[in-house]
Design a protein around this ligand. Sequence first.
Ligand code: SF4
Length: 285
Amino acid sequence: MTREELYQSIYTHDTIYLPPHEQTTAALEVSLGCSWHRCTFCDFAKDNFQIHSLEKIEYNLKVLSYLRPDDRRLFLLGENAFCMKTERLFQIMELTEAYMPNICEYTMYSRIDDVLRKTDKELERLRKKGLRTLHIGVESGCDSILEERQKGITAAQTIEALKCLDNAEIDYYLTVIPGLGGRTFSRLHAIETARMLNQVHPKNIWCLKLKLWENTPLYREEKTGKFDMMTPEEILREERLLIENLIVSDCLFEDTTVLDKFTVKGMLPDKKEELLQAIDYLLSL
Ligand code: SF4
């Protein structure tokens, strides 16, 4: 088999979605789809949820160890791979030790309730085994928006879960979606999201552009006038309000899709003023 054919044999889809900071991380597909599958804006969870068998994961590992023999960090692929039971995660980590002994760090996508289902002891065991970072879509700190978009979590649960990760010394990178509340909830979205984030310690806040994907409930809500989609400029003003209200430390803030073509990025709190000035400049264009 060629290298390309080997890669094709271990991934279900041609495109793999990794967060910006994991673009060069080796990815091991361990599951498909999302165990929740209900957020009304989401187009990522097209696959029916399934956790791969250990045999399939072992095959993927064997191939990956041939393709990426020297990698030290591994991304466990699946929309929320952290929903797996701790024992299954341990089995995967032990298989990894056998096939890719250089791997010493693990990272993956997670939902907030996946974290809450694990005990403090389990989180600590996982960190000791090499779990370094979870990538979590928190989307908003406003309960009305979370409920409307059927995210299945509350802001209080988010804070609780992230504090557990703080205690276990597991880093978390968070995704927020400006514009998710539409015009109606815009101010509340910015202010309550900042309020939530100010109580925890994200290493990274990544603002992800709200896209109305065809065939999603939110797309239909927009078509029938139930969801009041904001313009890119309005969304950027909302993002400015979010940054203005953020009091986080040692955290990289970034938006890679500002007005569809710019990236705004800087460490908080040091670069807060520069971020605000950059946004003001873009809004004045
Ligand atoms: S939890 Fe994430 S992947 Fe799952 S449906 Fe919601 S947005 Fe999509």
